[in-house]
Design a protein around this ligand. Structure first.
Ligand SMILES: Cc1cc2nc3c(=O)[nH]c(=O)nc-3n(C[C@H](O)[C@H](O)[C@H](O)COP(=O)(O)OP(=O)(O)OC[C@H]3O[C@@H](n4cnc5c(N)ncnc54)[C@H](O)[C@@H]3O)c2cc1C
Length: 484
């Protein structure tokens, strides 16, 4: 099955660091085992006749299914097929795994789909992206992105020598490619990725040639170090049903003179061209569409947990609890409606690719930064002290206090054991290290939310709203002449 092939393929010499030690047996390490098992099962779905047509599509006449994130949508049905595939993987993981590579693969698919238009940026771009796209699709390559420069001193720019040295830059070039040094943050899913999509982030001056690039870098490149954050994985599935299988892991990447072959250098040396590629509407819309489809699954999951918590303690009949549960439903419906709007309002780009409407997607990504923290707040308000009232483990039910445990942890409508399991699950969402990481993720994964909202304003065609105002305020003289 493809899942096993995927897991085996990660034994490729990559350098993963955790707690000062280089990880040598990724699939068996407690920090990664549960998550890798989850990804293995997701990959296996492409070989399972009962679901492969939901998550995948057949390329040409081939019998083999590739993941639908590689499908270039030219029709409404193909766009719907992408959407179904994102939804299925998200539902399988309750929206808790966001970088299962379908996001980064969609960026590559978008660049490939728009290769003719983007070919004006570099004469080799179209050939390079075509070869990479086909290779990634046919080899089921797992991809993630690392775009942001390290958080050292955000008040400084590349004029500062310390910043220029720390941000990823070209140290030399040769006949084989460019050699880069510096760091990138944050790469979610880094230990499991085959290739990183790397790009400079800030709007650099034209003189900052060495810092302007868009690269595809294999995870096992010599000189590349994947430096993991603390693990939030738990081996105790009954106590931590989410942390035991969904810790995607986030990492910082250190590049110590890493050679990137010319074939994988998509752009280099021109900051404006990098910005143009990064702003490509086709690629962004296809990739950000995945973000919001995934988000529906996560909000539905939190809402389901909140409903169950309320019922389990008999709080669902209180008016203010109903108001809060209703608010969770409105969150789900708002994001769902924006997904539907982005799909039904999709329009073909210059090459005929059916591009989901980005304004609805931007709206969902922006408002989503506020929804998730609020959803967790509601969950806390509904469950009260029940989250910390739960005993240390469900094992307590089988110890000497078993009878009393069943008596005092009983719920309004569920057994004591079920109620404790439910509150453990809810605590994994609101109180565990993984839960805290998810709140941070939803606030920041799409970039700085302050600039996200500001960009939405900046990009909006404002006259559409201001012209009627000025028209209304137009004064007319007695003779009928317009004064303003
Ligand atoms: C859990 C998690 C996973 C992530 N995974 C990925 C990933 O897989 N790939 C990836 O590429 N990125 C990923 N990100 C990174 C994410 O894109 C960044 O965190 C995000 O872009 C914000 O940048 P920053 O963290 O450097 O914050 P900063 O930009 O340092 O912001 C810190 C504060 O300073 C303010 N600030 C900083 N600079 C300015 C400025 N110029 N103008 C105004 N205000 C400013 C911000 O508003 C904010 O309040 C992830 C982030 C998180 C939290």
């Amino acid at each position: 099955m493809r899942g096993d092939t995927f897991v085996r393929s990660l034994d490729d010499g990559r350098k993963i660091w955790l707690e000062g030690t280089q990880i040598t047996n990724l699939p068996e390490h407690p920090a990664f085992k549960g998550t890798l098992d989850t990804i293995r099962q997701l990959f296996n779905m492409l070989d399972d006749p009962s679901v492969q047509q939901i998550v995948g599509y057949q390329v040409g006449q081939s019998d083999r299914y590739s993941h639908s994130s590689f499908l270039v949508p030219y029709t409404g049905e193909q766009l719907a097929q992408r959407s179904r595939s994102f939804a299925r993987w998200s539902q399988e993981t309750h929206g808790m795994m966001s970088r299962l590579s379908d996001y980064a693969r969609s960026i590559v698919t978008g660049w490939y789909a728009a290769r003719e238009e983007l070919g004006t940026l570099d004469p080799h771009f179209a050939d390079k992206i075509t070869r990479y796209y086909e290779e990634a699709r046919d080899q089921d390559r797992f991809l993630t992105t690392a775009i942001i420069d390290p958080q050292i001193d955000r008040s400084k720019n590349l004029d500062d020598a310390r910043i220029a040295d720390r941000f990823l830059h070209v140290v030399r070039e040769n006949s084989e490619g460019i050699v880069v040094s510096g760091a990138k943050m944050i790469a979610t899913g880094a230990p499991y990725t085959h290739d990183f999509i790397i790009s400079s982030f800030l709007k650099f001056d034209a003189s900052n040639r060495n810092h302007a690039h868009v690269l595809i870098v294999p995870a096992n490149s010599p000189g590349l170090h994947i430096v993991c954050r603390e693990t939030f994985a738990s081996a105790n599935e009954r106590n931590h049903p989410l942390s035991s299988k969904y810790d995607e892991m986030d990492a910082v990447l250190f590049f110590d003179e890493v050679l990137v072959p010319w074939e994988r250098v998509l752009l280099y040396g021109d900051a404006q061209k990098v910005l143009t590629l990064r702003g490509n509407r086709t690629a962004n819309a296809l990739a950000f569409h995945q973000n919001i489809v995934r988000y529906v699954a996560k909000l539905e999951f939190v809402t389901g947990v909140a409903f169950a918590v309320a019922e389990s303690i008999g709080a669902q009949g209180f008016l203010h609890v109903q108001e809060k549960l209703g608010e969770l439903l409105t969150q789900v419906e708002v994001i769902k409606a924006l997904v539907i709007a982005s799909e039904t309002q999709a329009k073909p780009d210059a090459s005929g690719v059916l591009v989901p409407e980005l304004s609805y997607i931007d709206t969902a990504r922006n408002i989503g930064t506020k929804f998730y923290p609020r959803a967790l707040e509601i969950l806390q308000q509904v469950g009260g002290g029940g989250f910390v009232q739960a005993p240390s483990g469900v094992e307590d039910f089988y110890g000497p206090l078993s009878e009393l445990m069943h008596k005092y942890f009983e719920g309004a409508s569920v057994s004591a054991e079920k109620k404790v399991q439910l509150f453990k699950l809810a605590w994994d969402l609101i109180g565990s290290p993984l839960g805290a990481r998810h709140e941070l993720y939803e606030r920041f994964y799409a970039g700085d939310p302050v600039r996200g909202y500001a960009n939405q304003y900046a990009a909006f065609e404002k006259e559409r709203l201001t012209d009627p105002i000025w028209d209304l305020l137009k004064r007319t003289s007695k003779e009928g002449k317009t004064l303003v």
